[in-house]
Ligand binder design. Sequence first.
Ligand code: ZN
Length: 326
Amino acid sequence: MLKALVTSILIVGLTFAVTQSALAKHHEAGEATADQPLSLEALAVAFGWDLQGAQITAEKIDDGLYVLFGVGGNIGVSIGEDGVLIVDDQFPQVMEKIEAAIDSIGGNGIDYAINTHWHFDHAEGNNTLGPQGTTIVAHSNARADMAKGGLVNLVIAKYRQQAYPKAALPVLTFDDRMQIHFNDNQIDLMHFSPAHTDGDAAVWFRQQNAVHLGDVFNNSGYPFVDVDSGGGIDGMIHFCQQVLDAVGPDAIIIPGHGPVTDTAALARYIYMLTTVRSRVADMIDQGMTLQQVVDAKPTANFDEVYGPETASLGFVNRVYTSLALQ
Ligand SMILES: [Zn+2]
């Protein structure tokens, strides 16, 4: 069990640790250039995702609440007398295994699926669940983004997310806050500002005091700020701080990627974001170009914790771009 858990953490940890060599191989093969979107298959290779062979592992957070690790974003699962509610749903290719994992922990079918945002590695499973009758819930901007599809600019690569058909779209949406009363839980969906995208939801399970932050909080490396989707560094800092203030110091923190953690890790993440933001802002004030800022390595003293910035989805690039747009 421990080995399985460690393996799953390693797999999740690889999510954004894109090897430059994997992408270089695609360039050599002429499959894509930096300006051409990669196919899902090519992106999966670059990210180390095995869509067919992936195993789903379950970690119990507390009574009635689990996190499933597989390929793509972490899945929160509430199980109880009312049924099953999940947060994020990965990919159709792994849905049978997700459903089997939910069965093995006492569920039977998925009644509700909340999407933390519109990105494919968190919402693509809607294409299976929606037509099966699962009620899908998301922020109103996330629904709009899913409905129109678009180019996800990952900086080191691009991916064109197809527009989702009506059956895969959320049927319930919210703007700032929404409550779902399910399995003797009050589940708060909270949106404070554009952060990772323009339509992020944090999902707070009050009974267990656990909150799923989607990709607003990445616990497997530096985060991706999807500026082209309306995300921004200032909003990301604000969103995280608002969540931390709401849930208090004892909450369990479920990140979009990486292992489940605590509020101390979230506080350290906010400190890192704030420090890097301030350094990049100063460099912009000094008239430095994007390349000069990247070369100055404003994350250097955090790399030991968050990994090499060069393995991120252009973290400094996106912080700079986000600030330069203001
Ligand atoms: Zn995302």
